[in-house]
Design a protein around this ligand. Sequence first.
Ligand code: NJP
Length: 223
Amino acid sequence: MAKTLLITGASSGIGAATAKAAAEAGWNVALCARSGDKLEALSSDIGDAALAITCDVTKRSEIAEALSKTAEHFGGVDAVYANAGTGVEKPGIENGDPDEWHDMIHVNILAVLYAAHEAIPHLKKTKGHFIVTGSKAGRHTFKGSVYSATKWFVHGFGENLAEEMREWGGRATVIAPGMVDTAFFDEPKPTKIQPEDVASAVVFALGQPKTAAVREIYIMPND
Ligand code: NJP
């Protein structure tokens, strides 16, 4: 029977590319984001292996419901990819906007915690896998970047979660890309990773035997 992956931030960029790649690799995919129309379009492209679920990840009850719907529809949840993330318009700490930080921290930190907390009961049943999108910015210093600090959290959290999940045979992976060619950064850059490159890293991590836990994948542009 096909395994099932729930993806947050599946309406565009890395999440949408991962949905396609995982479905091609034989996974069922539950697609979560706020833009229901985009999810429906992607779901009909993929076919019966996809389920679109409109969900705001900052609302704990919505991510819990998305997991339950996924388990009911496909018969279980084998993996969750907490990929939804956001940035801020105003850079820097001195000149940054605390309201923007609040919203970003809600998506990049609290919603990742909610997703893991709500996913664990499902993943325990399948000895499953939790994957989260970190960043190059979560491994290196970026002057004054609060976004980067949220991704430092994700990397620390991912390691701690991996140790907790290991106790019952589960695994956790942090995907750490450099600049990716999505709507996230609209400024032109000479080199960017393609969202499909990140998707293939996720599928690689998911495909490893249970005896191996890929804890982190760090991807940089190379053209
Ligand atoms: O960007 P984008 P990426 N509830 O803007 C969703 C990280 N990253 O694919 O709700 C639910 O195409 C939003 O959906 P919608 C980055 O930090 C990127 O590049 O419909 N979903 C959309 O599907 C992030 O963690 C780069 O608006 C919510 C998705 O998030 C991840 O990659 C480099 C939501 C964003 O897709 C995916 O970003 C790097 C909410 N409240 C890390 N808020 C890069 N692009 O260069 C947002 O190192 N979403």
